[in-house]
Design a protein around this ligand. Structure first.
Ligand SMILES: NC(=O)c1ccc[n+]([C@@H]2O[C@H](COP(=O)([O-])OP(=O)(O)OC[C@H]3O[C@@H](n4cnc5c(N)ncnc54)[C@H](O)[C@@H]3O)[C@@H](O)[C@H]2O)c1
Length: 128
């Protein structure tokens, strides 16, 4: 299967990428490296430097990767910062996730694994 992994340079996404590759899948990693590290991405994966704020970047990335499945790990996940800068978290974790969901629909990707932000973060954001 051809899998598009967002946040694939981060903690969970990079391990998932490696496991997918070990299992024989092809992986495209889409990560803006705000928190992750390029060196954490398995060299067998294709890497796309994400610019999710740019109009059409997410859609174009999904279009070019032609994935069978999307696994979405890209998010800001720092609980403390989510309290001091909630708008950043709404925007990145919700708005950009919706853009990705739209891209999946537009590109006919039928398998989508959404990893929700860690429960404390989500709960705090919801209370704001
Ligand atoms: N680590 C945990 O124990 C844990 C537990 C439960 C849930 N989660 C959730 O899993 C997800 C991943 O967690 P993690 O620990 O791997 O975080 P992480 O910060 O290590 O990885 C997130 C990655 O996403 C990238 N990123 C952020 N916004 C992006 C965007 N808009 N487009 C492309 N790339 C973007 C970052 O550069 C980073 O590499 C988060 O939603 C987190 O809340 C994590």
């Amino acid at each position: 299967m051809n899998v598009f992994v967002t946040g694939g340079a981060g903690y969970i996404g990079s391990i998932c990428t490696e496991e997918l590759l070990n299992a024989g899948h092809a992986v495209t990693v889409y990560d803006n490296l705000t928190e992750g590290h390029r060196s954490a991405v398995d060299p067998r994966a294709k890497f796309l430097l994400a610019k999710p704020e740019q109009e059409g970047d997410i859609l174009n990335a999904v279009k070019s990767a032609k994935p069978d499945a999307i696994m979405h790990f890209a998010a800001n996940a720092l609980v403390g910062e989510s309290m001091t800068n909630p708008k950043k978290y709404f925007h990145n974790n919700l708005v950009n996730a919706l853009k990705l969901a739209d891209a999946a629909v537009d590109c006919g990707v039928k398998k989508f694994v959404l990893v929700p932000p860690a429960p404390p973060t989500a709960r705090r954001i919801a209370c704001r």
